[in-house]
Ligand binder design. Sequence first.
Ligand code: NAP
Length: 252
Amino acid sequence: MKSIWDSFRLDGKRSFVTGSSRGIGKAIAMALGEAGAEVIFHGSQPGEKLAATLEEAKKKKIQCRSVTGDLSDPEQVQHLISSVGEIDILVLNASVQKYQRVPEFNMKEFETEFRVNVGSAFLLIQGFLPGMLQKKWGRVISLGSVNQWKQSPRLAVYAATKSALCNLIQNCAREYGKDGITFNNIAPGVIATDRNQAVLSDPQQSAEILKLIPAGRFGQAEDMAGLALLLCSEAGSYLTGSDIPVAGGRQL
Ligand code: NAP
């Protein structure tokens, strides 16, 4: 008889996690790999972090390789789709986040943020969906943010990209629910990764932010991994169109 743990296994599944050279993407990719999936790691360009992550995964006996490409460039996204090949699991994790007030944004910066955070997600879904439809099985997860609900003066553009991404995902959930493909959004709170290092290493700023988090601590990248695994596995097959904060209560 099958145990509940079997329904979390991902043996035989192929996964692609954008922005998995480090941070949350890396933690999710490692979890999928440890559950038996083949993992295709990704970074914007070749570098030490991506190489070290791949090495770490190989040591864990995860079947893996890496690809690189700038997601702000649609041609590079198309190249990624063909070099990755068919997959069962797509994790839309990479993003650009510019702390800047609205009047300071120029159109190029605005477009870059939308191209990486929303445009590449659209192209990747478009590219990988036909294979999932053929197999009648697929998992797509996007990384949103508590900024979808919690407004911040310097993150208006970033928050708008995350709400747009979540909306895209939820519309796809409705459209492909009968095809065995689930689409869900994970919305992290304040997670201690490279992008927050400057703010969180400032004692005054970090103390102010900490007051807003009911759990009383900043999240770690690995805090996202359990939910991601659930959403990617058979155990999560009845979860679709969900938008789930993993934020220590910061969404309240
Ligand atoms: P991170 O540590 O800053 O890592 C970003 C990843 O995205 C890296 O792998 C980076 O590749 C890749 N990337 C960045 N720009 C790219 C581009 N133009 N083309 C291709 N790849 C690109 O990120 P994180 O903090 O783990 O965040 C992961 C996700 O969670 C993001 O969607 C973020 O918006 C979301 N999130 C994070 C937090 C948080 O507090 N950390 C909170 C809410 C939501 P390279 O290594 O090559 O640069």
